[in-house]
Design a protein around this ligand. Structure first.
Ligand code: 6R9
Length: 679
């Protein structure tokens, strides 16, 4: 089944922006041979205060032997992001169109925001930032839940040329402090708190802790703006009372039982109080094409987090173009990406890409499991969602409950289903395709990274015949290669390091404040190429299969394999919900396979299951791959964005309690449980 090819639904293909493989190939060729013409045409759809000179449209160096690495698009041009996303849409008659539907954690909390209102709120908050002394180039840290003030805050930064650095609202005060110090943020924007499911998170208190630490290290954040989110909730679990129908202006004081929010009168201020006096218009600051737009921290495998730096013009045209083609977005569609805005997926495909296309999208504050395990399906039904973009980890956790919950809702509006974050195993792919998409939707398995800014390897819904688990082919402007250990290009079928030969407009430009680390991390391993750190395989049809991080490769008795390959076999078993495989040193084989397996809801882990799984891996991959250990794992250690932390699993496999930093884990308790369950 997994080897079958799934063609795009002909109905979808007929009306798609890209309708056939032939059209895709023609466009891809043009984007590679004539990048100036290809991207220049697209750039015409946006507003440039000053035009770029064509001879400077595109320049770069990817080869450390030739000097420092640099990437520049549209030099000489000036523009403003918020102007292109908001004013432009309002001017062309879309002012009353909904930019965002907001769906709260509680189903009784919801609101919406038109383009016109979003522009006004953005301008008002830009004026608030100015009143706090924020100027072009200053960094603004944002630590917020998934509420409408979050995109407003980001857009307000772009209005005045300030650089935002969003820190995911699930990070600890230490992680927040580290990021604030690294980018030397002048202002911090947050909320009093948020409910995730039943759990209350007091964000402002975490900020206070972080700001104390920051101060102790000699940096001072001048001002902290706080959204009073808890005080306006409809049904705050009996803890707080407030106004119903939470809107962006919901400012009612929530009554007596509001949790204690600590306060520093010299530094802290309420969002709604500042907004009361703010002017509703703000002239945009025109910035240069290569001026910084935002910094987003991504955890490095070692050492401190890397501040990935994205700039203005290239990011805009790339976010806009990938959104349009990869989701096949058409006017009138409703799009929903479940990612938190604190991740790159949220930056590019909740905020910038959709708004650049004048799209209507859903912003969801809650979790897939609250109040019930069918929340995603009910939100798709409620807003009649056409494009739904989520992660394999979410799909697998929802598959566990079977398809009964899906069937309760009308999902017939769906056209395109997207996946991002990890390789999607074929079981999860097929379930998504058959039970959520009813065999009618295209699946866009989008491979990309914080560093790439937007999708780089992905199918196009109307054009690309799909293979479950393959991210298929490069997006326009992208030239992938597979290299062997010695940096030789692998032609045709084969497996190797996934690298790119030249930049596309949306790729990162540097690591903030550390260009040397940027060069050594991404350009030193293979000169002349951007190295993703992922491995990939090219099959006989030229399809690319991303196999995962290079550090997650296994070598058993000289056989090189990827953890993803083995995990995919394990999860094919009907009793298995999730699996993670790591290597363990072995005196004879060099390394052996140690597998962690989470059974489906209602299934138990048994010796029989373990034996069946070992046999399956033998059969499917080969006798050399037979796992030495299959361990029961009621849960897996995951980062807050849902990626499995194999570093910790490797420690558990060898029984080493010294697991290192666990502060980025979504749930630290699973580590102890897994140690106890070691066979
Ligand atoms: C967008 C995002 C990047 C890493 C990347 C790779 C993995 C993402 C994938 C995928 C296989 C896909 N990854 N999408 N692997 N297939 N469709 O997730 O950014 O958080 O920086 O992670 O995620 O290993 O290198 P980021």
């Amino acid at each position: 089944m997994a080897d079958r090819i799934y063609n795009p639904n002909p109905e979808l293909a007929k009306k798609a922006h890209c309708k056939s493989m032939q059209q895709y190939k023609t466009m891809h060729e043009k984007s590679i041979e004539y990048p100036e013409a290809f991207w220049g045409e697209i750039a015409k759809e946006f507003y440039w205060e000053t035009a770029t000179s064509n001879d400077k449209f595109f320049s770069y160096n990817f080869d450390l032997n030739q000097g420092d690495i640099y990437i520049k698009w549209m030099e000489g041009a000036t523009t403003n992001l918020s102007f292109n996303l908001l004013d432009k849409n309002v001017k062309c008659g879309n002012g009353e169109k909904i930019a965002f539907y907001w769906e709260g954690n509680d189903p009784d909390d919801y609101s919406k925001l038109t383009y016109k209102k979003l522009l006004q709120e953005t301008c008002m908050f830009a004026n608030v930032l100015k009143s706090k002394g924020v100027q072009k180039g200053d960094r603004v840290a944002i630590y917020m839940p998934m509420i409408l003030e979050l995109p407003i805050a980001m857009l307000a930064c772009t209005r005045i040329g300030a650089v935002h650095s969003v820190v995911f609202g699930g990070y600890s005060s230490d992680s927040l402090a580290e990021r604030i110090m690294d980018c030397k943020a002048k202002v911090l924007i947050t909320a009093d708190g948020v409910f995730r499911g039943e759990k209350l998170l007091l964000l402002k208190n975490i900020c206070d802790d972080a700001l104390t630490k920051v101060k102790a290290h000699g940096h001072e954040v001048e001002c902290c703006v706080v959204v009073g989110h808890l005080r306006r909730l409809a049904n705050p679990h009996g803890k707080i009372t407030g106004e119903t129908k939470n809107g962006v202006n919901g400012t009612s004081n929530g009554g007596s039982s509001e949790p204690n929010v600590s306060w520093d009168d010299d530094r802290d201020c309420w969002w709604h109080e500042e907004m009361e006096e703010a002017e509703p218009s703000c002239y945009p600051v025109w910035v240069a094409a290569e001026d910084p737009l935002f910094i987003l921290y991504t955890s490095g495998s070692t050492g401190k987090p890397k501040g990935v730096l994205h700039t203005t013009a290239g990011y805009l045209i790339y976010a806009a173009t990938t959104f349009k083609y990869v989701f096949d977005y058409k006017p009138g569609d409703v799009y929903w990406c479940t990612a938190d805005i604190g991740w790159i997926t949220g930056h590019t495909y909740v905020v910038y890409g959709p708004l650049a296309n004048g799209a209507t999208s859903v912003i969801f504050e809650g979790t897939p499991f609250y109040p019930h395990n069918d929340r995603y399906w009910s939100v798709i039904d409620k807003y009649k969602v056409n494009q739904f973009y989520t992660a394999p980890t979410a799909i697998r956790s929802l598959m566990k409950f079977g398809d009964e919950l899906v069937k309760k809702h009308d999902l017939s509006t769906l056209k395109v289903l997207g996946s991002v974050g990890e390789p999607i195993n074929s079981e999860a792919w097929l379930w998504f395709y058959n039970h959520v998409g009813h065999g009618k939707c295209s699946i866009a398995d989008t491979f990309w990274q914080t560093e790439t800014g937007g999708h780089v390897i992905t199918p196009l819904p109307g054009a690309t015949p799909m293979k479950p688990g393959s991210a298929t082919f490069p997006f326009f402007g992208v030239l992938p290669e597979l290299l062997d250990e010695d940096g030789r290009v692998i032609e045709g079928e084969g497996e190797g390091y996934l690298v790119f030969r030249r930049p596309w407009p949306g790729m990162m430009r540097s690591l903030y404040g550390n260009h040397d680390r940027f060069q050594t991390t991404y350009f030193d391993r293979f000169h002349g190429f951007y190295c993703t750190g992922d491995g990939a395989r090219r099959d006989a049809d030229g399809y690319l299969w991303v196999t995962g991080r290079i550090d997650d490769m296994l070598n058993v008795s000289g056989h090189l394999m990827s953890t993803a390959e083995v995990e995919s076999v394990l999860t094919e078993h009907s009793d298995v919900a999730e699996a993670a495989v790591v290597s363990k040193p072995h005196p004879v084989k060099g390394q052996c396979l140690y597998c962690f397996v989470t059974p489906n809801e209602g299934r138990i882990f048994s010796k029989q299951l373990s034996d069946e799984l070992k046999r399956k891996v033998r059969e499917k991959i080969g006798p050399f791959a037979q796992p030495d250990v299959i361990q029961h794992a009621p849960g897996l250690p995951k980062t807050r964005s849902g990626k499995i932390m194999r570093r910790i699993l490797r420690k558990i496999a060898i029984g080493d309690k010294n697991v290192g930093d666990v502060s980025t884990l979504a749930d630290e308790a699973v580590v102890d449980v897994l140690f106890q369950l070691r066979p």
